[in-house]
Design a protein around this ligand. Structure first.
Ligand code: MN
Length: 492
């Protein structure tokens, strides 16, 4: 996580004299240092900006510096905003306007015109906010006292979304084989995603992967087997199947690392030369932060890697997921999510280690029974996210859910499973999801929030649709209709 930092740029001007400027700078340094202790990434004081050139220079520097994941501005005093235009217009990094104040209280005895001139953020932040509105800049506005825990939490949350932007812009996806035949929602415009989101999505031959697999040594497999044994319960005698998954994992990882890819996709329809669909292999790669999408779904694969990077510790509890089946009993309306093999163990309940099992898999060209991790997902508030290609634009759909301990053990289900209650209810949620065009594949996340996904979509310049406790089908239909018109106008 130490790879990224954020820059603190504080607005002022020469009008108040050098003494005020010295105070502003000293306080800005103090604030950045103090806030950094409570934020997931360091906030680095950069400059007390007083001229067009200072602001243009810091924006250029921010654009150029890979470590800078975003810029946070604040106006301690008034800072005339025409001098911010060139810098803000050229800024390509995520931008947050923090409307705060050095002092918490108005000091009854001390307050005079000198105090007012030094502490006029209420005034300065309005001038500062106007110019970003005038420039139609995507930005986050956060208001509140800089030592307040909730305020720091919101800044930290935005920082993680901004890191998601940096990760997205560097995303490379390795596709093994094409998308599953005839499926629509997993398709997408790779030129559009590269333009908007920065993703480089390219294909590699399954034959090349098989060649890499054949080159994996028994000693390499022994090493990975030790990791599996330490992390999971081995609940099968079929050691050969587990070793085969280890071989697949090592080969996929080598190919991805050689290309700098952080996500991959494959399809059960194209496993030529492989004995098993990677199950345990894909699951353990996801546990290490790589994204994955089944059936050639490279969009969900990249999104999985991005949400993982946005999550706790830079590799959070986010997983490739698929809505499978419903429990429609009144008062017990739940969705059951799973995949044919590949659910990330980062979302597993902590009471038991995931089990490695082998079972027959009828779908696809599996010559042998693939090994996979089987577990229950943990309970807690979460979201599911789907990125779809609307033709001409991308739409990100996010739904709030409450994951529960599965209400039945399902002993014959040979895959990892997560059960949840959707907002605003199962059936209205399904109606909203289907109305918006959301996919059956999603990223399910326990530590990324809908607000962060909204911030991320805003920074990436794509449409965002949120289905939460207050959403109705009627309001959503109107929103989608208006969005359609707005995004068409935006494209002109
Ligand atoms: Mn699927």
């Amino acid at each position: 996580m130490s790879k990224y930092e954020f820059w603190f740029v504080v607005g002022s001007q020469f009008l108040y004299g050098p003494e005020v400027l010295e105070t502003v700078e000293a306080r800005a340094r103090e604030m950045a240092a103090e806030m950094s202790k409570h934020l997931p990434y360091p906030l680095v004081y950069k400059v007390t900006a007083k001229t067009n050139k200072e602001i243009a220079d810091v924006a250029k520097e921010a654009n150029y510096d890979d470590a800078c994941a975003g810029v946070i501005t604040w106006c301690h005093t008034f800072s005339p905003s025409k001098m911010w235009i060139n810098g803000l217009a050229s800024l390509q990094k995520p931008y947050c306007h923090f409307a705060t104040q050095y002092n918490k209280q108005i000091p009854n005895d001390e307050i005079d015109m000198d105090f007012m001139n030094l502490n006029q953020a209420a005034h300065g932040d309005r001038e500062h906010g106007f110019i970003a509105a005038r420039l139609r800049m995507p930005r986050k506005v956060i208001a509140g006292y800089w030592k307040d825990e909730k305020v720091l939490g919101r800044i930290g949350s935005w920082m993680k979304a901004a890191v998601g932007v940096a990760v997205s812009r560097g995303m490379k996806v390795m596709r093994f084989g094409d998308n599953m035949r005839e499926v629509a929602v997993t398709e997408g415009d790779k030129v559009e995603v590269q333009t908007k989101l920065g993703w480089q999505v390219n294909t590699w031959a399954v034959g090349d992967l098989v060649k890499e697999m054949n080159a994996v040594t028994e000693a390499e497999i022994d090493e990975l087997m030790k990791v599996y044994e330490a992390s999971y319960d081995i609940a099968t005698d079929n050691t050969a199947a587990i070793r085969y998954q280890a071989r697949e994992e090592i080969a996929i990882k080598k190919m991805m690392d050689a290309e700098g890819c952080k996500a991959f996709s494959n399809t059960f329809q194209d496993l030529y030369g492989m004995e098993q669909l990677p199950g345990l292999a894909s699951q353990h790669l996801m546990a290490q932060g790589y994204g994955y999408g089944g059936e050639g779904d490279w969009k969900v694969s990249a999104m999985t890697a991005i949400l993982k990077a946005m999550g706790e510790g830079g590799n959070g509890a986010s997983a490739f997921m698929e809505d499978y089946t419903y429990h429609l009993v009144e008062g017990q309306e739940y969705s059951l999510g799973a995949h044919m093999l590949e659910v990330c163990p980062s979302v597993a309940a902590k009471d038991k280690k995931p089990r490695i099992e082998t079972h027959h898999l009828g779908i696809g060209m599996n010559e042998k029974d693939p090994a996979r991790l089987v577990f229950e997902g943990k309970a807690g508030p979460a979201i599911v996210v789907s990125l779809i290609d609307m033709g001409g634009r991308l739409r990100l759909i996010c739904q709030d859910i409450e994951a529960v301990k599965p209400i039945m053990p399902m002993p014959n289900l040979p895959v990892a499973r997560v059960m949840w209650r959707a907002e605003p209810s199962l059936t209205t949620g399904v109606e909203c999801w289907i109305t918006a065009g959301g996919a059956h594949h999603t990223v399910l996340s326990y530590d990324v929030t809908a607000e962060q996904m909204k911030d991320w979509a805003n920074m990436m310049g794509i449409e965002f649709v949120h289905i939460g406790k207050d959403t109705t089908v009627e309001s959503l239909e109107k929103e989608l209709f208006w969005n359609d018109i707005a995004w068409k106008l935006k494209a002109i």
